[in-house]
Every structure is written in structure tokens, then in C-alpha cells.
Write a protein that binds this ligand. Structure first.
Ligand SMILES: [Mg+2]
Length: 272
């Protein structure tokens, strides 16, 4: 591979997975392997970095299937996994919060509130598989969280406000993905992405590069905001009105994932 500084343009693409790169309903990824091969052969340098609520186990497994080898941003920014090779291979994430710290916080909530949360770590693999539509192995990987707690709420409107109140002045926050709530440290996809960008710059990534971001849900907002170009992938199953109104320059795909990802890629490639 040519050194990155000899390329005509470098583009770092941060992309959400569920509902963005993968179908919201059946997790299919269409022609992605070929699309990534085409990007590798392009005159420009593209670095595709999954940025997702999924766990390290899930994402590394997925990367192997489609031909990516990192880096990855997992658990909604909770942890950055270095690449196997290349610029990001020696990156080490020093500031991740552990799941044990988050569980301790959860268990300190008043019992009425604590009881209204049903967390992945309290569910069986079968129950997670039923809720997510994942197979048993993927559901077990989804349960294996090290830097966040995923939960569902019985009556989300009233309790959620109380939980957010409890989290004020702490180093934790709640973010909502397509289907579930995530309790994480005060990091998000954007903060993790910025860490990687800064690392890349320090390690020789030339300053003439672009950042693109693709997402479909409220937990992608901060990531989409920091990008030079962004795309919102159509997903009728999640509320996208806020995203669309806060990101007036984002491309909004006509198709859903996975086709909408490719459609958006082509539009961003052709835009100046
Ligand atoms: Mg998503």
C-alpha cells in the first residue's frame, strides 16, 4: 500500500452499523464486501471505521466477515479498539470506563427506579435474541459488554427523566440507539472519533483529509455533527426528525440500509 501522504485525498469514514450499514430488520449488509474492495482500489485513501453500540466481540467478528481490520469504536464510544495493522495499530485507549463502575452506579439508584430497568446482563441469551432478532451466538456477544449497560424501560417517559436527573453532575450519561437505552461514561461516538483523528494527525496523517460520518439514530448526532460531510440513512423504525432538523447539510438517503449506505457513499464521493 502507498504511504497515506502520497494519496490524492484521504477520507476517514465513521459509520454506525445497525440501521446504517446493516439492515435494521435482518442485519444484512448487501454488497458491502465488494464496495469496500472498490474503496481500497480507489485513487483516494478511504479508512472506514465502524462506530457503533455493538460490543468488541460483535464488531471484530463482523470486521473479519467483510474485510475490515479496525480500528473500531464500540459500545457507543465506550471503547476504541486498535487496528490490526497500519496507522491505528499502536493506539491504546486509556480512558474507558468499565462496566463494573456503571453497574455500581445503577445499583445505587432508588429501588423503584432500578426495578424499572431491565438490563442485558440480567437477561438470558434467548431473551436478548428475541428482543434483538440476533442469533444465539451474536446475542451472547451482544450481552458481553465491558464499557456500557444496555437496558429497556417499562414506562420510559416518566422514569427516563428521573434517571437523567440522577446522572446530573456524574461522569455518566444515557444515550438512545435504535431500540435500546445505553448507560455509558461521558464519552460518545464523537469524542472517540476525535481521539482517533487526533492520534492519526500525531502519527503522520496529513492535515488535508476529510471526515465523513453515516448514522441513522439520535446516538449518532454528535458524530454526524463533527464530520465535514454526513449522511442520515433512512430508517422509518426510529425517530429521525431531530437529526434531520439539526443537520441541515446532511444528505438524507432515499433507500434504507444497507442500500442507503452505498447510495450515500456515492453521493458524498461525487460532491465537492
Ligand atoms: Mg443505528
Amino acid at each position: 500500500m502507498r504511504p497515506i501522504w502520497e494519496m490524492s485525498r484521504s477520507v476517514i469514514i465513521f459509520t454506525d452499523l445497525d440501521g446504517t450499514l446493516l439492515s435494521h430488520t435482518d442485519y444484512s449488509y448487501g454488497d458491502l464486501k465488494q464496495i469496500l474492495r472498490d474503496l481500497k482500489a480507489d485513487k483516494d485513501q478511504y479508512i472506514v471505521i465502524p462506530c457503533t453500540s455493538k460490543t468488541e466481540l460483535e464488531v471484530v467478528e463482523f470486521g473479519k466477515k467483510i474485510g475490515l481490520n479496525g480500528p473500531y469504536i464500540v459500545e457507543n464510544g465506550g471503547k476504541i479498539i486498535p487496528a490490526d495493522t497500519g496507522l491505528f495499530a499502536t493506539f491504546r485507549d486509556q480512558s474507558a470506563v468499565t462496566v463494573w463502575q456503571i453497574r455500581e452506579l445503577l445499583d445505587s439508584f432508588p429501588s423503584r427506579i432500578r426495578k424499572s430497568l431491565r438490563c442485558f446482563h440480567e437477561m438470558s441469551v434467548t431473551e436478548i435474541a428475541r428482543l434483538t432478532g440476533l442469533g444465539d451466538i451474536d446475542a451472547a456477544n451482544a450481552k458481553n459488554r465491558k464499557h456500557s449497560v444496555v437496558f429497556v424501560l417499562g414506562k420510559e417517559d416518566d422514569v427516563l427523566v428521573e434517571i437523567e436527573d440522577l446522572l446530573k453532575n456524574t461522569n455518566y450519561k444515557i444515550t438512545k440507539g435504535g431500540r435500546f437505552f445505553h448507560l455509558i461514561g461521558k464519552r460518545d461516538k464523537a469524542k472517540a472519533a476525535q481521539q482517533l483523528i487526533q492520534w492519526g494527525l500525531d502519527k503522520g496523517l496529513h492535515s488535508k483529509f476529510e471526515v465523513w460520518a453515516f448514522g441513522d439514530a439520535p446516538n449518532d448526532l454528535s458524530l454526524l455533527k463533527l464530520a465535514d460531510k454526513s449522511a442520515i440513512i433512512k430508517n422509518c423504525e426510529v425517530s429521525q426528525q431531530e437529526l434531520i432538523s439539526l443537520l441541515p447539510f446532511a444528505y438524507i438517503s432515499k433507500k434504507r440500509a444497507p442500500e442507503g449506505w452505498h447510495e450515500s457513499l456515492e453521493v458524498l464521493k461525487s460532491s465537492v
